[in-house]
Design a protein around this ligand. Structure first.
Ligand code: FAD
Length: 385
């Protein structure tokens, strides 16, 4: 049985590795010649970590992960701590650590685990057709490949989504712009072993440790969609948006390199429930695009890969039946993640200023128990518990 996997991102590579472990032949086709992920880093929560462990990357992942021993929220103007707590109750409850990792390193780990030279780079799929016996993918260089089934992990702008879902929902702008990148750890900005977030005015500035003595940083600002992106004015723009914010935030702005800072207008897609058409299945952002507000989009793609492979490994009623079982095992889970992230996004970014002000107040009373309980529930809802 041969699977065609479209897309060499987190979803596609996790899938190809998982399917091979389940005994399937795979071929991966990736549109670009060199993958340049949209973000500088990513937090892999224990549900995602468990998936990568199951795919044989436990040690490699640990080597990339930062030590996020504590979590803290700070007041935007004074910089004082609103709440700070240890992450160890979460680790004890779910049985695994969260790992913030640099994206390029995560991508390299996945690609090297599968085999870099085996990936067909520079192959952009433009059309998919299927018969009772198999699937044919056509690329923009007019070449074609065939397989028994096809997994579309072609990301949030998926072209195969249109083929699978007759009236696919459009991407929805979530109302804020995110700038992200990596800087050397500077403990006068934030502690080296802590996920630190400054909050106020519906904006946030966050720092997470990744390996190699680096912070993954990001700035979120509610803004209209479609503003021009200009790296030459980036620092002044951020100084304007964060005028009056505490000294560590000003220091971070002074430290960042505009050339390596990414700017992303944050979107999601209204959850939909058909991921499968015959022998073609959507996976990862192609099936469910979320805002990054609970850090679960990539983790959900890894979960998809694990569930898909285990469903296919035990199928006896044929590929089409197995893919439908994959769909039914994933639809509710990913809908829950997308809607949870959307809710978190709205509270964090001041959609209703009263609700956001109440959240700021509640942080002063937060012991960590409530925040960690929410995270544990999300994590334990994954396929590996
Ligand atoms: P992608 O990573 O988009 O990969 C799709 C691949 O398919 C790409 O390589 C693309 O080139 C290729 N492709 C596209 N079209 C075609 C085609 N026609 N033919 C062939 N190939 C094609 N998730 C987390 O778990 N934790 C986080 O902390 C987190 N933070 C985030 C922060 C930001 C700012 C953003 C934007 C997202 C964040 N996410 C996070 C979400 C995460 O990045 C995505 O959910 C994840 O990358 C999805 O993986 P994917 O493989 O489905 O899609």
């Amino acid at each position: 049985m041969k699977a065609i996997v479209i897309g060499g991102g987190i979803g596609g590579m996790s899938t190809a590795i998982a399917l091979e472990k389940a005994g399937y032949e795979t071929a991966v086709y990736e549109a670009v010649k060199e993958i340049k992920p949209v973000g500088a880093a990513i937090s892999i929560w224990p549900n995602g970590v468990k998936c990568l462990n199951a795919l044989g990357m436990k040690e490699a992942l640990r080597a990339l992960g930062g030590n996020m021993a504590y979590m803290a929220y700070n007041d935007f103007a004074s910089g004082t701590t609103l709440t700070r707590f240890s992450m160890s109750p979460l680790v004890q409850q779910v049985g695994e650590y969260p790992y913030p990792v640099a994206r390029a390193e995560l991508q390299a780990m996945l690609i090297d685990t599968y085999g870099r030279t085996r990936i067909n780079f520079g192959k952009r799929v433009i059309q998919v057709e299927q018969s009772e016996n198999g699937v044919i993918a056509t690329f923009d260089d007019n070449s074609q490949v065939s397989g028994d089934f096809l997994i579309a992990a072609d990301g949030t702008h998926s072209v195969i989504r249109q083929y699978v879902v007759e009236q696919a929902p459009e991407r929805r702008y979530a109302g804020y712009v995110n700038w992200n990148g990596l800087v050397e750890i500077d403990e006068s900005i934030a502690p080296a072993d802590q996920w630190t977030t400054f909050v106020g005015e519906g904006k946030r500035v966050s720092l997470m440790p990744v390996s190699g003595n680096r912070f993954y940083f990001f700035f979120d600002v509610p803004l209209p969609k479609g503003l021009p992106e200009d790296r030459t004015t980036l620092k002044d723009d951020l100084r304007g948006y964060f005028s009056g914010w505490a000294e560590p935030v000003q220091k971070l702005i002074a430290t960042i390199n505009p050339e390596t800072t990414n700017r992303v207008e944050i979107h999601d897609i209204e959850p939909f429930s058909s991921f499968v058409k015959g022998r073609v299945a959507l996976l990862g952002d192609a099936a469910h695009s979320t805002t990054p507000d609970i850090g679960q989009g990539g983790c959900a793609a890894m979960e998809d890969a694990i569930v898909l492979a285990s469903t296919l490994a035990s199928h006896s009623l044929g590929i089409e039946d197995a893919l439908l079982r994959y769909q039914s095992r994933r639809v509710e889970r990913v809908k829950d993640l997308v809607l949870k992230a959307r809710k978190r996004c709205d509270v964090t970014h001041g959609k209703d200023p009263v609700v956001t002000a109440e959240w700021y107040q509640s942080l002063k009373k937060e012991t960590g128990e409530r925040v960690l309980a929410g995270m544990c529930e999300t994590i334990e809802g994954g396929p590996l518990g």
